[in-house]
Design a protein around this ligand. Structure first.
Ligand SMILES: Nc1ccn([C@@H]2O[C@H](COP(=O)(O)O)[C@@H](O)[C@H]2O)c(=O)n1
Length: 638
């Protein structure tokens, strides 16, 4: 655990079931290898995970069963550890690489920026070699000018205990990549001869493992797992297929057929997914004794997800499954391995990784203080632009800081995509690191000058009505009617309960959407419902309110003081959404092209800049700096 972090106090509800095949699954870590310094529930760091992995591997060996480690991508865009370097991941990827994964795949966040894509190709993919699977992702090799796969197309291997596995790594049909890479759509991939050959491999296959930065639930609009599953199932009617997904940042487990399930293990080092299965005939692996075995069959009618539109396996299944979503903290890790967090838990390598993270954080000056946040603002636990919703704060901050002094008196509209905001802002020290945690991107502010207000004023509504950008965690991410209560199941996480925080929350209790303790004795956190029911969370929690947020946020500034509308405005927006803004304007008669767009502020002033700028000047953020609670803050940025 990193200095300044607080350990969790709620123990898991019971032991994990081990099977013949067991998997630890991470996804969408987005640079959170330091753990959550302000949230005890997720306070383990990557060093703690390294120690945990070592113990779990030893336990698997002792039981003569297989344990695989799988990661499904998105290593950047979330914290200062990954995003304050150039390129992103320069120092955080080597930290990540301390875990010897068996299978990994690429995420969309490895492909937005050319330098990051090449860092992934030249370094990360080489570290993991044949375990890094990018079945549908290629990049131009600068030395040949030709496209080649960033990793491997597939991996066929035999586990320590004799399971013969064919695996693929499949990114969803992502289109926002820079122009050096290419994503082959799933519908095209399944027609490729190499893929057909691999599916019909001439060696025995006990299990297909399909991992992907790709929603585990096949009915999600973005998921292409249904296409892949159908292609494999049609060719191999009886071979089990196991899917590990990501991208939508949720805990989820979907049943495809009686030999196929898909696990998704959350985001941001909040969740560690555990999966086990038994019932393989061929494997020499035992069913572990002294541990509960997986008992649940995959029954594909559980939630009507697979409603006859997918092929089914042909013979009855003897397979049994188990899944759990573990909270990312040392108490959880120790509970499931050594039984104690005392000296037996930390391994030498784990300690080394923990110290390495601390040193990198110091080197990058991540705990430098901008200001002291007077309250917590969350991204989804409160209604849009309500008192405790982060977009209320950001609208104020945008108006106050996005100012080109030569045009300061011109009325302006500033539009950002809410997807540029990645996490809550927690009361207390607001550091250089926190600035990345809230908004890590290098997106800069462009504008079109002197747009008729009659046109500019309609852009926000058009953007919000359209399918322009994906945000984190909306019900639109699920192409099915939410199960009862699911709106509150997918949510932000409880901040560490420093005394001052408890005081301010109880003062606010009664306000809609404010995080507050419920009278259950449980701490707030994930309360997941998936195709196996509601027993997947390893530590039971009370749920946190969840409110959908729109695609985009607008702030206004320098409007006429008499309340009248301006006739023209500077229309300012992030370069990430420039083409969407132009297309929205065209719908209301605004005939603009990219030639009309220029940078409103220097390109170095980004989504990552405006909140720090605000924090450094807002009186409410500066007045408590001398007494800002939490030791992590130890210096001041000017
Ligand atoms: N330069 C960027 C890149 C991405 N975004 C936002 O992130 C969303 C994708 O993130 P996932 O973790 O869901 O893959 C994307 O839709 C944008 O909202 C951004 O703002 N700027």
């Amino acid at each position: 655990m990193q200095p300044g972090a607080t350990g969790a106090t709620t123990v898991p509800k019971g032991p994990l079931a081990w099977g013949q095949l067991n998997v630890l699954h991470t996804t969408d870590t987005h640079g959170w290898l330091l753990g959550h310094l302000k949230q005890s529930t997720y306070s383990a760091d990557w060093g703690d995970y390294v120690s945990f992995v070592k113990h779990m591997r030893q336990m698997a060996t002792n039981m003569s069963v297989d344990l695989l480690l799988i990661d499904t991508g998105d290593l950047h865009d979330g914290t200062g550890l990954s995003d304050s370097t150039s390129p992103d991941g320069l120092l955080s990827n080597p930290v990540f690489e301390n875990v010897n994964y068996d299978l990994l795949t690429i995420g969309n966040h490895e492909l937005y920026v050319t330098e990051v894509a090449y860092e992934t190709f030249n370094n990360f993919s080489k570290i993991y070699g044949d375990k890094y699977l990018t079945s549908n992702v290629q990049i131009i090799n600068p030395s040949t000018g030709q496209f080649e796969y960033i990793g491997q197309q597939y991996r066929y291997f035999t586990t320590a205990h004799g399971l013969r596995i064919m695996s693929f790594g499949i990114l969803y049909d992502f289109t926002g990549n820079s122009n050096v890479s290419k994503i082959i759509k799933a519908a095209d991939l399944i027609q490729e001869q190499w893929f057909k050959n691999a599916v019909n491999f001439d060696q025995p296959i006990d299990l297909f493992v399909v991992l992907g930065h790709n929603p585990a639930r096949p009915t999600n609009d973005a998921s292409t797992f249904g296409t892949i599953f159908t292609a494999i199932r049609n060719a191999r009617p009886d071979i089990p297929i196991q899917i590990f997904g990501g991208h939508t940042h949720v805990r989820d487990f979907a049943v495809y057929d009686d030999k196929t399930t898909g696990l998704e293990s959350g985001r941001y080092c909040e969740t560690l997914g555990w999966f086990s299965m038994s019932g393989f005939n061929q494997s020499t692996a035992k069913n572990p004794s002294n541990y509960p075995n997986p008992t649940q069959p995959a029954v594909p009618v559980a939630s009507g997800i697979v409603n006859g539109s997918y092929p089914m396996s042909k013979t009855p299944s003897s397979l049994r499954y188990f899944r759990r979503y573990l909270d990312w903290n040392r108490l959880t890790f120790a509970y499931h391995s050594t039984g104690s967090q005392s000296t037996t838990f930390n391994t030498r390598k784990g300690d080394f990784v923990t110290d390495d993270i601390t040193a990198i954080r110091q080197q990058l000056n991540l705990s430098s203080l901008y200001g002291c946040a007077p309250q917590t603002w969350c991204a989804s636990c409160a209604p849009f632009q309500s008192e405790n919703n982060i977009y209320s704060l950001l609208a104020t901050a945008l108006s106050a800081t996005v100012i080109n002094q030569t045009r300061a008196d011109n009325a302006r509209i500033i539009i950002i995509n809410t997807g540029s905001v990645r996490y809550d802002l927690i009361e207390g020290p607001f550091t250089y690191d926190d600035s990345f945690i809230v908004s890590p991107f290098d997106d800069a502010f462009q504008f079109i000058p002197d747009v008729p207000y009659s046109e500019a004023s309609q852009v926000l509504e058009i953007l919000n009505a359209g399918p322009y950008e994906k945000r984190d965690l909306t019900t639109r991410d699920f192409a099915f009617t939410p199960l009862s209560g699911i709106e509150t199941d997918i949510c932000i996480n409880p901040p560490v309960h420093h005394n001052h925080a408890i005081r301010s929350r109880s003062a606010l209790s009664g306000s809609p959407g404010v995080i507050r303790r419920q009278n259950t004795g449980l701490t707030p956190g994930y309360t997941t419902i998936d195709d196996f029911g509601s027993d997947g969370d390893d530590t039971p929690h009370s749920s946190i309110p969840y409110y959908n947020q729109p695609n985009d946020l607008q702030a206004n500034a320098s409007f006429p003081t008499d309340g009248s509308d301006p006739s023209i405005v500077d229309l300012i927006f992030l370069d990430f959404i420039a083409s969407d803004v132009i297309s929205a304007l065209s719908q209301v008669g605004g005939n603009y092209t990219m030639a009309d767009v220029s940078y409103y502020l220097p390109k170095t002033f980004t989504t990552n800049s405006y909140l720090p700028e605000y924090a450094k000047t807002a009186p409410a953020w500066q007045k408590n700096v001398p007494n800002c609670p939490v030791a992590a803050a130890n210096s001041t940025i000017n």
